[in-house]
Design a protein around this ligand. Sequence first.
Ligand SMILES: Cc1cc2nc3c(=O)[nH]c(=O)nc-3n(C[C@H](O)[C@H](O)[C@H](O)COP(=O)(O)OP(=O)(O)OC[C@H]3O[C@@H](n4cnc5c(N)ncnc54)[C@H](O)[C@@H]3O)c2cc1C
Length: 396
Amino acid sequence: MYDLIVIGGGAAGLFAALSAKAAHAKANVVLLEKSAVLLAKVRISGGGRCNVTHQCFDPTKLIQNYPRGGQELRGPFHRFQPQDTMQWFESRGAALKAEPDGRIFPVTDSSETIINTLLQEAKALQLEILMRQKIDKIEKTDQGFQVGPYTTRKLLLATGSASDGHAWAAQLGHTIEKPVPSLFTFNVPTSPLKELSGISHSPVELSIVGAPLVQKGALLITHFGFSGPAALKLSAWGAKIFHERQYKVPLSVDWLPDETIPKTFETLLQLKKTAPQKTLLAENPFKFSKNLWKTLLDNDKRLSDISQKELQAISQKLHADIYQIDGKTTHKEEFVTCGGVTLKEVNFKTMESKICPGLYFAGEILDIDGVTGGFNFQAAWTTGFIAGSSAMEGLN
Ligand SMILES: Cc1cc2nc3c(=O)[nH]c(=O)nc-3n(C[C@H](O)[C@H](O)[C@H](O)COP(=O)(O)OP(=O)(O)OC[C@H]3O[C@@H](n4cnc5c(N)ncnc54)[C@H](O)[C@@H]3O)c2cc1C
């Protein structure tokens, strides 16, 4: 009989199994992976560079990056947070670096470094790993669990967003929040800006018309519509709304979020007085990139020929420019599923089920997801660490 079976060889499952072995070297722990490869998502993550965590060491600030799960992660982040992740990898020879926006990558810029470090640790701790495991059935028994042909005292589910993990959790008594995609870019087929693909403007404030959701940051214009940090953050915080509305949503762009409409109008009015012979297009008072300003303004008149009413309309547009989102595109660098095992059914001090004793959860199988920037892996490392080490408590 095993002491612990971990199902799922992704970031959360492997880190949980390593944490279990580190807490109790003699424990009989096995990791079961369905596919032929471990850490498949780590390999492709961050465009192959693996954005392993984020340079944010204050748990109060850190939790603000999780549309779902932030409050629940507050306690766990006091026990294992980005600093601990960095220390874990660096002390095992994987040097890390922070980029100006706070994202942390291996200095090699290769996810291979992260994979090798985890696999070397598995070897050092003599972790048993079984690949290509097709578990058909899991049952609760008096001593623990029957997992396909294997018996175990404790069971840790770390199957990510896979439906079998959700089905097992449900069968063991858990409620599953409906899984829907998070972290996607917006398709705006009617956008007049599509020709400007590649231009980025920062900051903007994006909001869903009629919903109390606002996100500020850089906006990237793409061939399809919009991407960049502001769009990705809005897709994460609004994941459920977008899904409910089948990704057909009016989007409001405030191109000058640090100004107000009256202030913008005042600036334009002043310009009309001081430079009446110039065109507003050439003056470009808010320093937009030339082509973006030209498209947004769609006006090459001299300021003397632009009425106050027109200036009002321009001010209005610069602060509430409406685009119709119709569909989404997968963001290749990072995407996640929101939804999964309902958080109130899990004890975040141990990551053990409150419903089925001896059952633990880690990673994306839970209804936890972060915005882009390394927060999703951090949730996997943190919940994996706590679940794996807690599962060892009480073993002889
Ligand atoms: C393209 C892409 C890029 C990303 N880049 C980043 C990034 O740079 N930074 C970041 O923080 N996050 C990133 N993410 C998100 C991050 O990868 C996930 O949040 C993280 O991998 C979740 O880890 P996990 O172990 O919970 O799940 P997963 O990584 O999905 O692992 C689950 C494992 O369980 C296995 N499994 C499933 N069902 C079974 C079964 N029935 N039996 C046995 N095994 C099973 C799967 O094969 C898999 O190996 C990215 C995601 C994608 C898709």
